[in-house]
Design a protein around this ligand. Structure first.
Ligand code: DC
Length: 226
């Protein structure tokens, strides 16, 4: 069974997908990490994204691996562990632009469908319920007030990148978050949007456990509908 979780920046998608998957004995996939990993590869190899042939050539040789160690996921691009770098500023400020390109989406969507074959999994991203797995049994769309989401992202950046984030302000985080959400929602190919049959959960005033509990209730309700 496939469960999809979509939503804008810092709605808690990864935390929830991880917890939900653990409680069900499913595996989870963070598809944002895939777009980030590809963006890292594009930047490192100085691929000109306006040159479709060059980009396609890189997509054909792009190698992406996920490893789990002690419950944490590690991401490898062309053999290099990029788990830290893909969360950094350079990748974050380029990922929306790279992930809006149709050839990029074509490649990563087919990779995501391959990963889903024959497994029980939670997939989180932006277009999981609308494009990648339109027939998923359970679809969730997370939202949250922008100030609450910005505060979460601010705390996360301060913790993970204390040096880079030393001069960071809440205003800047909120501005970046709104910019990325607008870009992701307004692109032509697979924009961020709630699937018609997705359950909407506002995460602003809920703890991760409360959100997972709600999702498990939706799952039971779906099972009863059979
Ligand atoms: O979830 P995240 O912030 O790590 O995602 C990074 C970017 O990747 C996000 O700004 C848009 C893109 N993305 C996407 O286009 N489609 C997905 N399924 C997941 C992420």
């Amino acid at each position: 069974m496939i469960i999809t979780i979509d939503g804008p920046v810092a709605t808690g998608k990864s935390t929830i997908a991880k917890k939900l998957a653990a409680s069900l004995g499913y595996i989870y996939f963070d598809t944002g990490a895939m777009y980030r990993a590809l963006t890292y590869g594009v930047l490192k190899n100085k691929i000109d994204c306006t040159n479709t042939d060059q980009l396609k050539e890189y997509l054909n040789r792009f190698s992406y691996k996920i490893r789990s160690k002690f419950g944490e996921k590690y991401y490898y691009v062309d053999g290099e562990d990029v788990s830290q770098q893909i969360r950094g500023d350079e990748v974050t400020s380029n990922v929306s632009r790279v992930s809006a390109l149709p050839v990029v989406r074509e490649k990563l969507v087919s990779l995501q469908r391959e990963l889903a074959s024959g497994v029980n999994a939670v997939f989180e991203g932006r277009d999981m319920g609308t494009v990648v797995f339109p027939d998923a049994r359970l679809k969730i769309f997370l939202t949250g007030r922008p100030e609450v989401r910005a505060q979460r992202r601010f705390d996360e950046l301060k913790e993970k990148f204390p040096e880079e984030a030393a001069n960071l302000t809440m205003e800047k985080v909120l501005e970046d978050l709104n910019k990325r959400d607008n870009y992701d929602s307004s692109r032509e190919t697979s924009p961020l949007k709630q699937a018609e049959d997705a359950y909407l959960v506002d995460t602003s005033d809920l703890t991760p456990d409360e959100i997972v509990f709600k999702i498990l209730e939706f799952k039971d309700a779906k099972a009863r509908q059979k």
